[in-house]
Design a protein around this ligand. Structure first.
Ligand SMILES: *[C@@H]1O[C@H](CO)[C@@H](O)[C@H](O)[C@H]1NC(C)=O
Ligand SMILES: *[C@@H]1O[C@H](CO)[C@@H](O)[C@H](O)[C@H]1NC(C)=O
Ligand SMILES: *[C@@H]1O[C@H](CO)[C@@H](O)[C@H](O)[C@H]1NC(C)=O
Ligand SMILES: *[C@@H]1O[C@H](CO)[C@@H](O)[C@H](O)[C@H]1NC(C)=O
Ligand SMILES: *[C@@H]1O[C@H](CO)[C@@H](O)[C@H](O)[C@H]1NC(C)=O
Length: 304
């Protein structure tokens, strides 16, 4: 093999320069190193490890005799997409995974959401305040991972391989392995919550409530009439206008209509105080936080 020293030196230069640029700019876009659609590395070890860790951290749920066997959970999970077509995985293939990871869901505390991925777990505080699907064993295990089926591979698709674009359906890839999993999990979650529920939405996204989302397709329609009694939309509006609430946005009437069909009463609040307070911990300069400022101004002055 012919080695061109000059082009190798150039390649090394640009690699080092790239790393330094990333380092100085404090975080590169994810696609710079590991694209989102690449299959996760060490999937088996990560799934089993995450499953063990979650149970260790939630002993109140799993102790003393309800610990789940994470090896069995891995077999059920990977069995759903082993030797399956890349873009056509039926969500019912995850039924065994869902059955093995199912836990009781506390009443009056479930949060559904769209477009607030990072914020919602701050708000739920990992299940201690409210809980969202990612705070349950079932949703926590695959969160942030990527994987896919392949008829060619004898085992699972190796880490770093390209997988079809994760959870969104498209005409050339209606349902890959990840999407099928999230559909199964979303349906289970919606079918098992009870009492009063919350729906957190981000007003920076148009429409605020879109009909082609997991929320609108696989969650709200699966809530149980008579078991879920009330739904409160919690709107997060980063830049609210005084005297104007996005609760009057037309897209929300679609949500209200879906709920009415199930005899679930509906309410909407923009920037509820607890939502705003938690948001402002991480985003203190957002316009929304101005409205909280007077609280600190009125604090007693310490003299001395
Ligand atoms: C979990 O299940 C596997 C096989 O299904 C078994 O070999 C293993 O001993 C089990 N582990 C525990 C801790 O029960
Ligand atoms: C998925 O499987 C279930 C049960 O086997 C079946 O009822 C359903 O029609 C299948 N869905 C699709 C899209 O093929
Ligand atoms: C709301 O949506 C905007 C636009 O997509 C996004 O930049 C922002 O991070 C989202 N806010 C939260 C809290 O996730
Ligand atoms: C799978 O195998 C078929 C037939 O051998 C081949 O045409 C195709 O490119 C392979 N796909 C992948 C993803 O390796
Ligand atoms: C609808 O809900 C209300 C209050 O929760 C209840 O009194 C009423 O019987 C329900 N109606 C139907 C048709 O289920």
């Amino acid at each position: 093999m012919y080695l061109d020293i000059r082009s190798m030196a150039q390649a090394v230069f640009w690699m080092v320069a790239g790393i330094l640029i990333c380092w100085y700019s404090a975080g590169c876009p994810a696609e710079a190193c590991r694209p989102e659609e690449d299959a996760s590395f060490n999937l088996r070890e990560v799934i089993i490890g995450t499953c063990e860790r979650f149970q260790a951290d939630h002993q109140d749920v799993f102790c003393p005799d309800r610990f789940r066997n994470c090896t069995d959970i891995w077999e059920a999970f990977s069995g759903a997409f082993r030797q399956q077509p890349r873009c056509n995985v039926n969500e019912s293939r995850y039924d065994r995974y869902v059955q093995l990871t199912a836990t009781d869901l506390p009443k009056d505390k479930a949060v559904f959401w769209e477009n607030v991925y990072h914020f919602v777990s701050r708000f739920t505080n990992g299940g201690r305040h409210y809980f969202q699907v990612g705070d349950t064993l079932m949703g926590y295990i695959p969160d942030g991972l990527q994987w896919c089926g392949s008829l060619n591979e004898s085992d699972i698709t190796p880490g770093g391989s390209k997988c079809p674009s994760s959870w969104e359906a498209s005409s050339h890839c209606p349902q890959g392995a990840s999407r099928a999993c999230w559909v199964a999990i979303s349906k289970y979650f919606a079918q098992h919550v009870s009492g009063e529920i919350y729906v957190m939405l981000n007003t920076s996204v148009t429409p605020i409530y879109a009909i082609d989302t997991y929320l609108a397709e696989y969650e709200i329609p699966y809530l149980r009439s008579g078991v879920v009694t009330k739904a409160t939309a919690l709107l997060l509006n980063d830049s609210p206008e005084p005297g104007k609430s996005q609760c009057s946005d037309g897209s929300l009437s679609v949500l209200e209509g879906q709920l009415r069909q199930k005899n679930i009463s509906y309410m909407c609040v923009e920037n509820r105080r607890d939502v705003a307070t938690i948001y402002c911990l991480d985003n203190p300069t957002a316009k929304l936080c101005d409205s909280l400022a007077h609280a600190t101004n009125s604090a007693p002055t310490i003299v001395g």
